[in-house]
Design a protein around this ligand. Structure first.
Ligand code: SAH
Length: 255
């Protein structure tokens, strides 16, 4: 059977705080992924203009729909968020205790939608990746993506005993706030950066050689258009805006 990561928050004060961290008002359309029995959902519904709640498990969704029937501002969708995501739009905040096994995919998708605020419980190690900054050993591609668009902080560690059934991993609550920058980056540039991160501890010069091959570019040509102090820096130490600039320069060579 497919794992669904069903660990419910049974400490209700945490649910209240998740809502508070998101400072929800009647202007907000909030997305919740993995609504379970709707305990967090109704708390969101009391504050938000609208809540879009997604739950894959039929039984749980039914239980949630009963609990939520008195709220006319909840759209409860029964289904797999990874299949539905293309059709889910129009939310400006995300508050959720999502299933951890889809964290990475969920995070990519959320970031590309650019909601102004994201409040999540996450596996502790994953939360640390999201909040890590360039130069940290934890800094991976997902960290880069988060850093490019968001200011992220861990605000609480959540004890395992706050979940039922008790999980085997530690959890943290993370708040991500959209940065006020105008960063834009295309899919092709992101693919270049993603492949650079597969060799993130290497110097850019070295990591670029496989990128060059994949793009059918000559490494020497790339080296000519990039300053040597950048080429001698390690991938995971480069600032996100710099990496985007590098990827754009490389894509220009393609044209
Ligand atoms: N928010 C609830 C439940 C969290 S547990 C609470 O805090 O109590 C995670 C929930 O996500 C479970 O209800 C599980 O059934 C649901 N889920 C798992 N995979 C999913 C997916 N791909 N799409 C939507 N929901 C999913």
């Amino acid at each position: 059977m497919k794992k669904l990561g069903q660990h419910f928050l049974i400490d209700y004060s945490i649910l209240d705080r998740l809502v508070e961290y998101a400072s929800i008002s009647r202007d907000d359309v909030v997305l919740e992924v993995g609504a379970g029995t709707g305990e967090l959902t109704w708390r969101l519904a009391r504050k938000a203009r609208k809540v879009i709640a997604v739950e894959i498990d039929e039984k749980l969704a039914l239980e949630a729909s009963k609990k939520l029937s008195i709220y006319d501002n909840v759209e409860l969708i029964r289904g797999d968020i990874l299949e539905l995501r293309k059709n889910i739009k129009g939310f400006n905040k995300v508050v959720s205790n999502p299933p951890y096994q889809i964290s990475t995919k969920l995070m990519y998708w959320l970031i590309m939608n650019l909601p102004e605020k994201i409040v999540l419980t996450l596996q502790k190690e994953f939360a640390q990746k999201i909040t890590s900054t360039p130069g940290s050993r934890k800094y991976v591609y997902t960290s880069f993506l988060a850093n490019l668009f968001y200011k992220s902080q861990i605000v609480e560690e959540v004890p395992r005993s706050f979940f039922k059934p008790m999980p085997k991993v530690d959890s943290s609550i993370i708040i991500m706030e959209r940065k006020n920058n105008e960063n834009t980056v295309g899919e092709e540039e992101l693919n270049i950066i993603k492949s650079l991160f597969t060799q993130r501890m290497r110097k850019l010069r070295k990591a670029l050689s496989s990128v060059a091959a994949a793009l059918q570019l000559n490494l020497k040509e790339i080296e000519k258009v990039l300053p040597s102090e950048l080429l001698d820096e390690r991938v995971y130490r480069l600032e996100p805006a710099k990496l985007c600039e590098i990827a754009k320069i490389i894509m220009n060579l393609k044209d």
